[in-house]
Every structure is written in C-alpha cells, then in structure tokens.
Ligand binder design. Sequence first.
Ligand SMILES: Cc1ncc(COP(=O)(O)O)c(C=O)c1O
Length: 404
Amino acid sequence: MAYDLDRIIDRKGSGSSKWELYRGGSHAGPIIPINSNLQSDGPIPMWVADMDFSSPQPVIDALSERAHHGIFGYTSASDSYYASVTDWFFKRHGWKISKDWISTTPGVVPALHFAIKTWCQPGDKVLIQKPVYYPFFRSITNGGCEIVSSNLIEEHGSYQMDFEDLEQKASDPLVNLAILCSPHNPVGRVWTADELRQYGEICNRHGVMVIADEIHADLMMPDNVFQPYAALGDAFANNTMVCTAPSKTFNLAGMHLSNMVIPNSELKQAFDAYMQETGVAGGLNPFALVAIEAAYRGGEDWLAQVLEYIHANYLFLKQYLANHLPQLHLTELQGTYLAWIDFRELGLDQAALEKLTQLDAKVLFDEGHVFGREGFGFERINIACPRSVLALALDRLKIQIDLL
Ligand SMILES: Cc1ncc(COP(=O)(O)O)c(C=O)c1O
C-alpha cells in the first residue's frame, strides 16, 4: 500500500517524549514541557531519534487484533517471533542468525549496561569512537569503567576511523571491551566491510571484545550497504555481542524490545545469567512481541517508502543549505535519519548557538557536544518528519541566521 508520509500527525497528548518534553539539546537542564503541535507556532522538536511517521499498517492491524484478544498475562517469545527476526536479517543483510543466539532485552541501552556489567570489572577501560551516541558514556561509567576514545577523524565533511590510534588504545591491557556504533550515530557513516574488518582485527588481536550497536542497520541511504559485524567471519562472531532492534527501522522505540545476538555460547550464558540475577529476564510485553513480528514480516514495503522519503528530505536539506544557508555544512548522510550539521562558521559560542536555535528559531535539535567535545559547534537534526515540517524548521533557522 502507499503511505502518506507528508501527513502531519499531531503527537500532542500521546505522551511523546519528543513532542512534549525537552531538556535542552545539551540534556543538562530540567525537563520542560514544550507542549507543541505546530498549529500553535510552538517549537519544532527534531531531537530524540524517533520518526513522525505512523508505523506500518500490518503493525497497527496486529496490535488491534491482539488488543481484542483481551488477555494480557505473562507472555514469552514464540518460535514464530524468533523466526521473524532471523528471516529478516537473512533476507535483508544475508546474515544467518541462529535462534539460540538471541536474548531479548528491554532496549539497546539497557542491553549495553547489562553487557558491560557482564563482561567488565570496575577499573577496566572501554573503547569508543567520539563523537558518538552519548548513552554509551553512562553505560561505561555505571559499570565503574573508564571511557577511552579513539576519536573519528573528520575530513571534507565525512568521518573516518583512526586505525593507528585504535591499535595503540586497544593495546592497553586494561581495555577489554569496545563499543562499535554501526552505522555511526551521529555522523551518519555506514562502515564498509573493509573498515569493519580492520577495526575487528585490531580488537581481536588485543583480546578486546566488541559490542556492535547495529540499531540503525536497516536505515541505509542509496548506494550504501550495511555489513553485519558478526557476518565478517567466525573470529568476529565469536568475540561480539550485537545489538539489533526494530525500534528505529519501524518507529517502534516505545515498545522497548530489542534482540541481542550473541553467537558465542559462553558469552551468551554470562549475559543471560546477569539478566536473570537482575530480574530483567522473563515475561515480555505481548504488544511488543506482536508489533515486532508484524513489522519484520510485513513492514518491508513501508520501509522502502520511508527510506525513499528520508533520502528526499536529506536532498532537500542539502539543497536548502546550499541555496540559503551556505555557512552551515552538512556531513554526508550514508545511513540513519540523523543529519549532522556544522554550524562553526557562524562563530557563535555554545550559549549563543542554543539561543539561536532553541529560543529564537524555535527548532529543537541535539547539541553536538553531548556526543563528545569533538561535536562542539555541530547540531544533530532528526529529518524523519514530513517535508513541510523540515521546510518550516529551515525557514525559521534562516530568518534568525540572517539577523546575526
Ligand atoms: C546508536 C543507538 N543505540 C541505541 C539507541 C537507543 O536504543 P533503545 O531505545 O533500544 O534503548 C539509539 C537511539 O537513538 C541509538 O542511536
């Protein structure tokens, strides 16, 4: 079926974190209600990573049917649920997953916390690549571990891994875990098989286990191909825990169900044991199971339309900046729906940049520096919204930048 992605859906009153609450793009201030719905000339939230599109129709139908069943007692994942997950990854990415490798968790971020508690001792060091998805930081420090970053290198509007630096940092005996963000949030890179192999060989050589956060795996821009880390070969599969989820792919983040894929049975047992100890393992939300199975089985057509739309939004954004705001520099978006824009040429300090965007233009982004100090002067902008909303946000931004 054809989906109308231009349609503006009023999310006010639905409890949407994105549309009802804002902590400032630095996530430092108190949570303030923004109470916006566009009609009121209110702020336009383009921060937290969910889409303003309705989920695939098969998901909505399956949820309605499940609701009509009327009994919502303790529920477990069925064989059919697991098959929907494994079929999806084989069909979309050529990655053969065994059902026995999957542990369900209430989200990827909780899974990161559990994995670090499972694998690390307080005092260990965990390797990441800033600028990167900021909840990685807390998952590391929460486990009593230290953050070590091998920063990405920015060159002509695109980012690369610094392999020499990675090798040097991974060789520290206290570094025994690395978190890979693939595709990379916030810089939009889709790592190639060669890059991932080089990264993985360094980690394997130094006994560093890799958590591969692949939550954005399905969100590829044209001409980019996602390479599952564990599908690089046995040496990589045996030394990794992979975080997968349908939440970004099908706009189901509120369902809080993700699938960790752990091919190494010892690692998997340790991870599952930690989940048991903390009381997290056990019953699952019946709606989440139904929604995810329906999405993996019937959401491909929706995803194709959404990816095309997001890519057109990206091209629209690129053209708009080139024509009207040449001082802003857009990083090439290879994957995800999160645009990474360099505002440094405006010459504003952080407070002035936040005033410009949040108060004057009334567009709510994620401040670049929350992803690490390397992100200062950048803004992360969620473009998974109707094009008219993106256009309105850009017009508001242009008016204020012209006044500087
Ligand atoms: C790289 C990455 N990992 C994890 C998450 C969040 O995962 P979850 O909502 O399943 O905890 C996000 C959300 O933006 C993300 O970008």
